[in-house]
Ligand binder design. Sequence first.
Ligand code: NAD
Length: 250
Amino acid sequence: MPRTPTPLKGKTAVITGGARGIGRIAALTLAESGANIALLDVIEDVKATAAEIAAKGVKAQGYLADVTHTEQVTGLFKEIQGTFGSVDVLVNNAGITRDAMLLRMSDEDWDKVLAINLRGAFVCLRAAARYMLKQQSGCIVNIASVVGVIGNAGQCNYSASKAGMIGLTKSAARELASRNIRVNAIAPGYVKTAMTDKLPEEAKAAMLKMIPLARYSEPQDIANAVLFLASDESSYITGHVLHVDGGMGM
Ligand code: NAD
């Protein structure tokens, strides 16, 4: 069978943190594959990004929402189901860093990172699963990180949140598999976005030395993996952590 250029035609994909960075490029990539797109983000840019996606000829809506607010998220998924007609793909991409060495890391920095990166992913996954279970199909893609696998000095909170996300991925995958819902994670290495722009030049140079492919990743490298895991091309894959890191984590 020849491959279709629009494998996600008619599907609805919800992308958290979709206003910019990896989330924005993933949303554009899924839209180019035919998906209608709902973006959730805490920054106003979410509206402009949704307009940019709608210009591709799919339905797109940007919602100002915080993934840590259970009621807000639950209400939004209900609204998305009503407006779009289904929830087929969830990309749990919203995430932050609050880096500090262990002894300088505050409880607030720990709690904030765990709340957004891990609890937020759980809240959205649970909200999406409600509709996916009813329709007996769905794909969830969690954006974890290589540091959730190998750790990183100065990122105890962040790496714990991403390791937690991998556990969440595997447990949810086991729980939902019998209902035709797949749950996978992507572990990116160093991706050129606002998140990494703010790192000191020495840290960026040190990171580059750790990458066997000897280049930083573009958001499109991650978006390509999102498309693969969100489409039927990966229909026999669940509970998997796909490393898209130039070899950093092997
Ligand atoms: P980014 O900062 O450009 O994008 C993150 C987005 O999440 C932003 O639009 C932000 O407004 C949104 N967000 C933050 N808090 C939110 C909340 N409470 N509710 C909803 N949205 C919220 O960063 P990015 O590099 O594009 O990162 C995207 C994901 O990829 C993150 O989960 C990050 O941890 C992960 N990741 C990034 C890298 C990297 O090198 N850039 C590497 C590995 C993993």
